[in-house]
Ligand binder design. Sequence first.
Ligand code: ATP
Length: 247
Amino acid sequence: MSLLLDVKGVTKRFGGVVANDAVSLSVREGEIAGLIGPNGSGKTTLFSSIVGAHPIDAGAVLYEGRDISALRIAEIARRGLTRTYQQTRIYGQMPVIDNMRISAPDVKEGILPLFRRAGRASEARARDLLSFVGLYEKRDLLAGSLSFGQQKLLEFAMALMSEPKLLLLDEPTAGINPTLINGLIDRLKRANKELGVTLFVIEHNMRVIMNLADRITCLAHGQVLASGTPDEVREDPRVLDAYLGAQ
Ligand SMILES: Nc1ncnc2c1ncn2[C@@H]1O[C@H](COP(=O)(O)OP(=O)(O)OP(=O)(O)O)[C@@H](O)[C@H]1O
């Protein structure tokens, strides 16, 4: 498997706080990669650094072999690298289907027939993706009336509208009823296998990430503490110490 994302020695400071300290890790094309670490270890900051949400202080982010560190968030998204957030970002006062429509990538050509064809294609994609996450029957309801778990599924479907190659998910199962988590894990795995989306997932729930990820990196105090298969990381005494020390 070739490298899709190659993070090389990325450092990000906020004033005196070194949120990411020379972090190096990679994500291979086609895999589900995991990112774990105690609260404040720098996981969300790293996602922001990767997608161009803020400038980094040192290092480089390579995507498809090209340095994207100096690119802006929209430019990076156009290349197929996007993220979701810890807090769901749906429009609660809009119907579910409209949330999907506004998530379609812009059609820049401006030529009317092309525009119409793209519009029909994205309408079909919106419906297919709602079926994929099990929300098609709810398409005309206000998004704000969905349960929290359903809102997370909607947000995931919205992220898939732009046909990302690499999707960064920030705690996709946070706040979801444990009985619904298995359904979400199943959707993430299917998106990876059937839609061919490479996933990089921040997750606090150890059961989830061990079940989901092919490889896991653990951060602590802004640095890479350990990386490997779920079994290797689970049994690494440094990882156990980092979590116990953070209690
Ligand atoms: N915009 C910011 N301004 C100042 N400090 C920040 C900012 N964003 C993050 N930090 C600090 O950087 C460090 C890493 O934070 P970050 O949110 O990346 O950690 P995390 O591993 O994602 O935590 P959590 O698991 O709680 O979401 C923390 O010390 C945090 O307080």
